[in-house]
Design a protein around this ligand. Structure first.
Ligand SMILES: [Zn+2]
Length: 252
């Protein structure tokens, strides 16, 4: 029975992007930008983000300096590498992650590149992006489960954290290059025992994927990006508008 789980505040936590960004050391690209355009191999999007018809609020975690309408996001012409560490996850969680990825891809036009399982642990306090020859060589996005003993941000009734790390490209445009989603293994085990457990777990995954690709909380219980769960298990109309927006930025 879902009443056993007080989901109020479960997904209130998001690791502040500024904290992660502040630890990134990036140098400007040493390579000329637009080189591929010159030789006629310009970047192509995988898919145009859909044009949602609904209305509703959305917010970006970060925007480009001097242009509050343009979000920081992943390059829509580059697949986003991703690995999953299933340690501490309920059975069937990999399938749930894949469902979430398919939904996010459909809403954004972005494409993930699933590179298999990993034993890597999340490092929310010390994220770094190695920079080689001016090009960020980032580790894949890591989806993992942990407890508050390991990840402080999961303390209390927080069911997950999600976010990405941005670095400036050669033209000074900030782009996400890696990130992470860490789910609270105790909360997921608790939810797993309820009737609506799978749907609620998917909802938390979708919320954290929203953060990963650049969405902030909104104060609207009709949206999945509301800070506190209000029973939604799918993206709301504002969420879909925001997801389309982060997937519609220029390619690198
Ligand atoms: Zn959140």
């Amino acid at each position: 029975m879902s009443g056993q789980v007080d989901r109020t505040g479960l997904i209130a936590g998001v690791v502040a992007l500024a904290a992660a960004v502040g630890m990134v050391v990036a140098v400007p690209s040493l390579l000329p930008s637009g080189l591929r355009d010159v030789v006629g191999l310009g970047p192509e999007r995988f898919a145009d983000a859909p044009d949602p018809s609904g209305t509703g609020p959305y917010a970006f975690l970060a925007t480009q300096a001097g242009d509050p309408d343009v979000p920081v996001g992943y390059d829509p012409c580059q697949r986003i590498p991703l690995r999953v560490n299933l340690a501490g996850a309920p059975p069937g969680s990999l399938e749930l992650v894949m469902r979430a990825i398919a939904i996010v891809e459909g809403a954004t036009g972005l494409r993930f590149d699933y590179r298999g399982q990993t034993g890597a642990r999340p490092r929310w306090e010390g994220e770094t992006v190695p920079v080689i020859l001016g090009q960020p060589k980032a580790s894949p996005v890591l989806v993992s489960w942990a407890t508050a003993d390991e990840v402080d941000a999961l303390a209390g009734r927080v069911a997950g954290v999600g976010g990405s790390v941005a670095v400036p490209d050669g033209g000074g445009i900030e782009r996400y290059v890696t990130g992470g989603i860490t789910l609270d293994s105790e909360a997921f085990a608790e939810i797993d025992a309820t009737d609506d457990g799978r749907a609620d777990q998917l909802a938390i995954l979708l919320h954290e994927f929203g953060h990963l690709v650049g969405l902030d909380h909104v104060d609207d219980r009709g949206e999945l990006m509301n800070a506190v769960s209000a029973g939604r298990t799918s993206y709301g109309p504002g969420d879909l508008r925001g997801l389309a927006a982060v997937g519609s930025i220029d390619c690198g």
